[in-house]
Design a protein around this ligand. Sequence first.
Ligand code: PLP
Length: 391
Amino acid sequence: MNYRISQRAASLTPSLTLEIDAKAKRMKAEGQDLVGFGAGEPDFDTPQHIKDAAAAALAAGFTKYTPAAGIPELRKAIAEKHRRENGLEYEPEQIIVSCGGKHACYNVILATCQEGDEVLIPSPYWVSYPEMVKLAGATPVFLPTTDRTEFKVTPEQLRAAITPRTRLFILNSPSNPTGTVYTPEEVRALGDVCVEKGVLIMSDEIYEHLLYDGAVHRSVASFSRAHYEHTIIVHGFAKAWSMTGWRLGWTAAPEPIARAIDAIQSHSTSNPTSFAQKGGVAALTGPMEHLKTWLAEFDRRRRYAWERLNRIPGLSCVNARGAFYLFPNISGTGLKSVEFCKRLLETEKVAAVPGVAFGADDYIRISYATSMANLEKGLDRIERFCRSLVG
Ligand SMILES: *Cc1c(COP(=O)(O)O)cnc(C)c1O
């Protein structure tokens, strides 16, 4: 049998973050004393009132198909969230609820990009963006950045990369993997370039609520009517409500794009899980007290880990004011990222994600979505490992 794999599927690079995470989980299951810094999800439980709402929906028999774009109650709650927190006016028809923020990103790219189109992606980037662009038949074009500029793309750099083929610019602030948060002025300046050039912006705002050191999140859609019309917001419940396994996210888009996403979704996944959507309503309409506790804890770990990383020979780390990642530069150790992470896992049983997965081979990603005790232990081991390399 010739199992010919389609060109689209064959063009994909398997997700290195999921792979390392799986290997780390396997080592842990085998009883090895592993410290995992690979996590792309909060280590806190979903707040109880959200679980209760989903459980109640399940018990009440809310187990059937819903509209493909999500239940009206949830689309309305999302529209209200954007009004309340971002000063953005969306009709519920402009909101599409999807099976996670990742699915939302994929829908946006499929709905707007095709063969011949170029998509501008700042690098380091979230692993899935380029692969999604390839799945859509379009071409990813990278805008490289380094720690010297806190991994920020400048308006000049963006402008210079735009060609007549450029269709979409992907903005992810706060960023996975770097934790970088663009200031409102910087966001506006990037938005200005896109508006002037007629380029759409996919603004992945999933880490909106995870900010430190007084950093401020401002959606690019919020600066003017033109910015709003050029922007598609991608968001979800995974990070600020710790609902990664629920598979629930959304897009907020100009209506023609929302309609296209609805059509794609209605012929592919149909609706996100019915009772999970009821949990989403509870998340957006219920208390946010949990976030204060989480942020205080994340911040404590972030400061500790950042401090320590900068004292380890061979490493240097710019500060990160959002999300739950640090992205230290490892070039002082003489190793590239895959070799570094492999050897770190084998010799010290610490799992981190090689920067090459994000398009940046001189860095690794450290997630501090793990306990303080784990952080201390893991950083001790990284320190020992780096001393063995650098002497
Ligand atoms: C976690 C994440 C998402 C969405 O994740 P889902 O689990 O699919 O909701 C989207 N973008 C970035 C950058 C992320 O880190």
